[in-house]
Design a protein around this ligand. Structure first.
Ligand code: SF4
Length: 487
């Protein structure tokens, strides 16, 4: 058992994040101590000394490591007592020192070193080059370079966007079936068929109530989910026509609609989008291996995706994004790479490569889980390494990047673009530098208050997640958002 005693600070979340990153288990926090199951007994103290010096020390136990096994500790902290790095926040320094101590003892590494947050590019924007990320936080060299090249893409997008602008999200949290790996609030549409018309009406009502009170310049609109195209043609048209009857949404820089599941796309729905001037959509196969698609519960085939893509292209959609997931259950690295090659050959403007979030397989033995995870990790390296090389060779550049907790191997999600075709909404949303107004159940609105220098204050406003309750309380939700954006 490992006990980490927090003295002079209460950064238990960052401490838990580092432990979770290296052990894969959520530790327990109790009265100033973090507890985690590890293969050795040890007590560590994470201390903040007045004046903001951070010192992480072993008080008892801990494996006695030979010099060559102390490589991360030596690289990040040096041979002596840890010294607080100038210019780092206490939270980052607490994580950095703990990471350096623990990863040698646990013989684990994270490709992103001690960076556990969702936006490594934000840390990159404060560093002078990729080697800083490696030297200070232990980020692997290839990931440090990826963070820097993505940061440049992000900065370009943000420099063309008004810092005071607002970006709108409309959520349709229904899908034709539930994917085995889904972590969203999406519900299966076939079971909720009777609810869908009232849900669309509620969303349109919320939009009608809130938009007249919004004074921010609106730049982009993203309709996501779920799968918005799961609505039948008539209902889909009611939603889209209703949204674009609003005068506030007539002259936006960008409108994107997720047509996620290829089997929900029809010529009629695409025609509805085109009639409102929408030419940017996402068609997301996640893999082009039919066996994997069946295994994860997606009720479409690779051929469904290819014909939906061809139809959208023929009808005139000028920017198409496709999503792929690396690490889907039972999929080999070769199958992933083949999917990527087939997608590149279709020349979508955007390709987003996600890393699968881990799920525990409780019916396997501990040894089996460890063996499976080791296999998964080396496959992930092969898949992501290949994706970066193949996409670069095909002329794609990364332009946004974020990390989620518990992805296989601690890897990232990256959006790539060909030419100058970024999805501004994605960058605005993930950068935490632009305000977002969300409509629909489960949406999170956020307001950015610029502060001195690079600092921003972020406030969030949640919406009811359950669609039936959302429909019932939509006026209340609208009032909440009007007040949130008018204070
Ligand atoms: S399509 Fe996306 S939102 Fe829908 S069930 Fe699958 S993962 Fe979840």
């Amino acid at each position: 058992m490992l006990q980490i005693r927090l003295t002079g600070h209460s950064h238990d979340y960052p401490i838990c994040d580092v432990v979770r990153l290296l052990t894969g288990v959520i530790p327990k926090y109790e009265e100033g101590n973090v507890w985690a199951q590890v293969p050795f007994e040890a007590v560590i103290e994470s201390k903040v000394i007045p004046g903001k010096e951070v010192l992480t020390e072993v008080l008892s136990g801990f494996p006695d490591l030979s010099l060559e096994k102390r490589c991360i500790r030596e690289m990040l902290l040096g041979p002596e007592e840890p010294v607080t790095k100038d210019g780092l926040s206490v939270s980052r320094e607490v994580k950095r020192q703990l990471y350096a101590l623990l990863c040698d003892a646990l013989e684990k590494r994270s490709p992103w070193g001690s960076l556990t947050g969702i936006r490594p590019t934000q840390v990159a924007s404060e560093a002078s080059g990729p080697s800083d990320l490696t030297r200070i936080y232990g980020v692997r060299e290839d990931k440090a370079k990826l963070a820097f090249s993505t940061k440049e893409g992000e900065e370009q997008v943000l420099s063309a966007s008004d810092p005071g602008s607002l970006h709108i999200y409309i959520g349709i949290p229904f899908c034709p079936s539930r994917c085995a790996y889904c972590s969203f609030v999406a519900q299966e549409a076939p079971r909720k068929r009777d609810l869908l018309p009232s849900y669309v009406d509620a969303v349109l009502k919320e939009i009608d109530l809130v938009l007249p009170h919004i004074t921010f310049p609106i730049e982009t609109l993203y309709i996501g989910g779920g799968t918005p195209t799961v609505l039948d043609e008539e209902l889909f048209s009611r939603l889209i026509q209703g949204v674009f009857s609003r005068p506030e949404l007539k002259a936006l820089k960008e409108i994107c609609v997720e047509a996620g599941r290829p089997d929900t796309i029809t010529e009629g729905k695409l025609q509805t989008l085109l009639s409102c001037g929408i030419t940017r959509i996402c068609i997301n196969p996640q893999t082009l291996c039919n066996e994997t698609l069946a295994r994860v519960g997606r009720k479409h085939t690779a051929e469904d995706f290819e014909s939906a893509f061809a139809m959208a292209r023929k009808m005139g959609f000028s920017v198409i994004n496709t999503d792929l997931i690396a690490g889907l259950p039972g999929e080999s690295a070769e199958e992933f790479c083949e999917s990527l090659r087939r997608i590149i050959s279709l020349e979508p403007e955007n390709i987003t490569v996600h890393s699968l979030s881990k799920k525990r397989r409780s019916d396997l033995s501990r040894e089996e889980i460890v063996r499976q995870e080791e296999e998964d990790l080396s496959k992930m390296e092969e898949m992501l390494g290949y994706s970066y090389r193949a996409l670069s060779e095909a002329g794609y550049k990364p332009y946004y990047l974020y990390k989620q907790k518990d992805t296989l191997g601690g890897h990232e999600n990256v959006g790539y673009q060909k030419g100058d075709t970024p999805c501004i909404y994605n960058v605005a949303m993930m950068s935490d530098q632009r305000s977002v107004l969300s409509f629909g159940a489960g949406g999170m609105s956020k307001r950015i208050y610029p502060q001195e220098g690079n600092h921003v204050r972020i406030e969030r406003c949640a919406c009811i997640k359950e669609p039936t309750q959302y429909i019932r309380d939509v006026e209340e939700m609208a009032k909440r958002k009007i007040s949130f954006f008018s204070e």
